[in-house]
Design a protein around this ligand. Structure first.
Ligand SMILES: [Ca+2]
Length: 155
């Protein structure tokens, strides 16, 4: 006879991370979303992504085993319609430990921020094609949905 000491507490997520290489907004393309549970799961949880637009990722099986599970989400380019840049919610449901005890749901409202539209720069002086000399004062505007940052002029 084998006796298994089992916890009656449901498995829960203890760590969330992404494959983003920097802490700022992420560009379009694949982004791996990973979670770690406090103990191994025997069946896969499902993850969903709620982006600012309506093209959300419905609950999809995560891949992995044991305590670590992940999902590769492809950040879509902002099309100013159903795909929009901004703050994304990441939610996980389902999954169970080896004894069938269901895992607690997990959600993080600000899992990652997307910024897929490059900044735009408009020069007001000098105008295009102008021939200039001497000390030059360059004026113009820069806009970007994520705001902030700085501009480097290189020539
Ligand atoms: Ca949405």
């Amino acid at each position: 006879m084998t006796v298994v000491a089992a916890s009656t507490e449901r498995p829960r997520v203890v760590r969330y991370s992404t494959s983003a290489v920097q802490s700022g907004p992420v560009p379009a393309g694949p982004l791996t979303l990973s979670i770690e549970y406090d103990r191994p799961l025997g069946s896969a949880p499902r993850a969903s992504v709620d982006q600012p637009g309506t093209n959300d990722l419905p609950p999809s099986p995560m891949s992995g085993s044991g305590r670590t599970w992940s999902l590769v989400y492809t950040v879509p380019p902002d099309n100013r319609s159903f795909n929009l840049d901004g703050t994304n919610r990441f939610s996980v449901t389902g999954g169970a430990d080896s004894l069938g005890l269901g895992a607690e749901d997990y959600t993080t409202a600000a899992a990652f921020v997307t910024d897929t539209i490059p900044p735009t720069v408009r020069f007001s002086y000098p105008t295009e094609g102008a021939v200039v000399s001497g000390v030059l004062l360059v004026t113009g505007t820069v806009s970007d949905s994520s705001g902030g940052g700085r501009v480097l002029l290189c020539w």
